[in-house]
Design a protein around this ligand. Structure first.
Ligand code: ADP
Ligand code: FRU
Length: 311
């Protein structure tokens, strides 16, 4: 089901291959043990969020860089299988730049995921790439905060300028994710988006000790009416706009924790989904936790399909 006006949600950021080994218990260094399972999965925060949005029924597009390497066919086929368009991506020939690949250990006992990502001299998106995008086709553009900070700033500014000259119902809503602790240079970009997603790790590195402290402490950096949303692992999530009180949701634990890889990306996507349907911040954050909880109980993302009925 596409959004009622046919407009898309775009997620801008990383796409990589996750090579996942499922183990019975976390390995001890320099030992030799059997894995229970092994598979490739399309990964990267923005790419994962497009998968979840598509499974919830949104019309969705991934925007980032791809490399014509041996992994390219796998990634392209997988995007197609999930109905995620990639038509505006910047596609590079393989050479100095290779496809980013993460080796991930998923521990079957508790669903924990240990990620070792090789970015392989990744080409980050350039502003020229984003200029190809016709903004009138989108209802929402989400940015994963990566190290092309100046480019992200320019891309967001392009949308802000566009929004100034279109009627309210044509405006493109903007969200930004601050995840990696060292990316503090993204903080000045918080002044423009409608919603800023801050990870537990990022907030903790800024000195916040809880999700409530994090959203209360960071929201003053947002534009008037903007909001900060923070997922805090097993403690659920909180959000706050510049005007209203903090709202929170606890987690929705699955029967068995089997795979937490991409829980945060799932939370972001499901929250965006609900907000794109004009639900309240409280409803959206609760839905984000419900879908992220459901995801932790299944391998990969396919089990999310159809769960928009929980909204
Ligand atoms: P990340 O994948 O970025 O580390 P988090 O660990 O913060 O993300 O989790 C994001 C969301 O996923 C949480 O807000 C919560 O709703 C859900 N979640 C995480 N861990 C669990 C869990 N053990 N049980 C149920 N839900 C969980
Ligand atoms: C999960 C994820 C993985 C990827 C890694 C990149 O959030 O996007 O799919 O390997 O993080 O940092």
């Amino acid at each position: 089901m596409a959004t009622s006006d046919g407009k898309k949600i775009m997620c801008v950021g990383l796409c990589c291959v996750d090579i996942i080994s499922v183990v019975q218990s976390f390995p001890v260094e320099d030992t030799d043990q059997r894995s229970l399972d092994y598979y490739w999965r399309r990964g990267g925060n923005a790419a994962n969020s497009t998968t979840v949005l598509a499974l919830l029924g949104s019309n969705v597009e991934f925007m980032g860089t791809l490399v014509k390497s041996q992994e390219y066919g796998f990634l392209k086929t997988d995007f197609e299988a999930f109905n995620v368009s990639i038509g505006n991506c910047a596609v590079y020939d393989e050479g100095n730049i290779r496809c980013p690949v993460a080796v991930v250990i998923v521990n079957k006992q508790n669903g924990s995921r240990t990620i070792m990502a090789a970015l392989n001299n990744i080409a980050e998106l350039r502003y020229e790439d984003f200029e190809r995008v016709s903004l009138e086709n989108y209802r929402w553009i989400h940015f994963e905060g990566r190290n092309n900070v100046d480019t992200i700033k320019q891309m967001i500014q392009r949308i802000v300028t566009y929004n100034e000259r279109v009627p309210v119902d044509e405006k493109v809503r903007i969200s930004l994710e601050l995840e990696k602790t060292k990316r503090t240079d993204l903080i000045p970009l918080m002044t423009q988006p409608d919603y800023v997603f801050v990870s537990k790790e990022f907030a903790a590195a800024q000195g916040y000790r809880s999700k409530e402290e994090a959203v209360s402490g960071m929201v003053h950096k947002c534009k008037p009416g903007g909001a900060v949303i923070c997922a805090w692992g097993e403690d659920g999530a909180a959000a706050k706009t510049t005007t209203d009180d903090v709202i929170t949701s606890s987690i929705f634990p699955p029967e068995n924790l089997v795979d937490t890889l991409g829980a945060g990306d799932t939370f972001n996507a499901a929250t965006i989904y609900a907000l794109s349907k004009d639900r309240t911040l409280q409803e959206a954050v609760t839905f984000g936790c419900k879908i992220a909880g459901a995801k932790c109980g299944v391998v990969g993302y396919k089990g999310i399909k159809g769960l928009q009925t929980l909204l």
